[in-house]
Design a binder for this molecule. Structure first.
Ligand SMILES: [Zn+2]
Length: 111
């Protein structure tokens, strides 16, 4: 079950949404969820082509990547499923054929 936010005006939980804005049935206050988002939530991770990446996307490598601490290389064209967007310099958390890995979105493109 999805839990509705409390009304920022009267603190009552009797709110509903039309998927764009939230409404309060108690005081009639109306607000947009985007107003409440932090910068972190609005951060967008883009691939080498500038396409926005999302959790669960499938990507392919656009260049060979040496795996740190090993002699293994992830080859260009390697397909990686079900990526997860994270904060940081290496902003993609994923599982590759060589194990779990953190990658940079600039070396990936959406499949
Ligand atoms: Zn209210």
């Amino acid at each position: 079950m999805e839990s509705n936010p409390i009304c920022p005006a009267c603190q009552q939980p009797n709110t509903y949404t039309d998927t764009v804005s939230w409404f309060c049935t108690d005081c009639g206050h109306e607000w947009n969820e985007n107003d409440l988002l932090t910068d972190a939530d609005e951060r967008q991770v883009r691939d080498a082509n500038g396409t926005v990446l999302n959790d669960g996307d499938t990507v392919t490598l656009i260049k060979d990547l040496k795996v740190r601490g090993t002699s293994s290389v992830l080859k260009v064209g390697t397909k990686i499923k079900n990526i997860r967007i994270v904060d940081g310099d290496h902003d993609i958390d994923c599982k590759t054929e060589l194990g779990p890995m953190m990658l940079k979105s600039e070396f990936l493109k959406k499949a």
